[in-house]
Write a protein that binds this ligand. Sequence first.
Ligand SMILES: [Zn+2]
Length: 307
Amino acid sequence: MAGLYLRHPASLAHDTGAHPERADRVRAVEATLAARDWLGWEVRDAPAATDDQLLRVHPPEHLERVAAACAAGRALDLDTPVVPDSWPAALHAAGGACALVDALCSGTADTGFAALRPPGHHCEPDRAMGFCLLSNAAVAARHALAAHGLERVVILDWDVHHGNGTQAAFYDSAEVLFVSLHQWPFYPGSGAAGETGTGAGEGYTLNLPQPAGSGPAEWLAALDGAALPAARHHRPQLILVSAGYDAHRADPLGGCRLETATYRELAERVAALGAELDAPVGALLEGGYDLDALAGSVAETMVGLTG
Ligand SMILES: [Zn+2]
């Protein structure tokens, strides 16, 4: 299978000093991949997102507010410092997510991984928070629906934190099934099992909270027993993975116990479902703050995605 790895130098310029979500994360991933000849994947620079792409999820006021905060170097919340270079980084992170969708929907890539930062899954349509400036996965899913005519997309989020931003973007929508595995209760507080969507979106949000201390057995059981059956039932034409690595046992922020090899198993199982449904699978980098665990786990994800 042909894999596409998307990156951009802007991801390294988003430098806010001592912070867990730092440029060395991407450097660690790329050093590991370079040493493994990029696993045979094509490496391509990500474009910046267009206004049209962003405005499908975010109101213009959000874009103006975040761009102005970056220009001023004014933090978006206590966890989310920014510098002027953060805005182009965010544009390329969202644009790379859309380029991944373009490659998968046009068939120029069988699978892909967008290793860009800042991450996106905590950013709600009108609120940047939790290291996230733009809602990358939501922008990508909306792009698949609007630009490629898809009718059903699944976003599977396996970051240790609940993807409140992605959930908010599709909470009232039946087009995108949002499925999240995460530690709970935990930051950002949302993600209880009772949060299932509203209106036309009722039943199209599936939260699978996991207790602190849970490990590979619990997470894989939730994937096999609930996440994948729900995804299969939705009959997606595209599967996006919000791929965070902070449920790794070595992660300094998370409290779960996944192993590096667990990410290969997660990716293999999602890829198998995608093959069964003829739905391509692409992954977007979210969290993951232990550099060795992150780099090894991203590589194992890529191995798992290519089957
Ligand atoms: Zn996280």
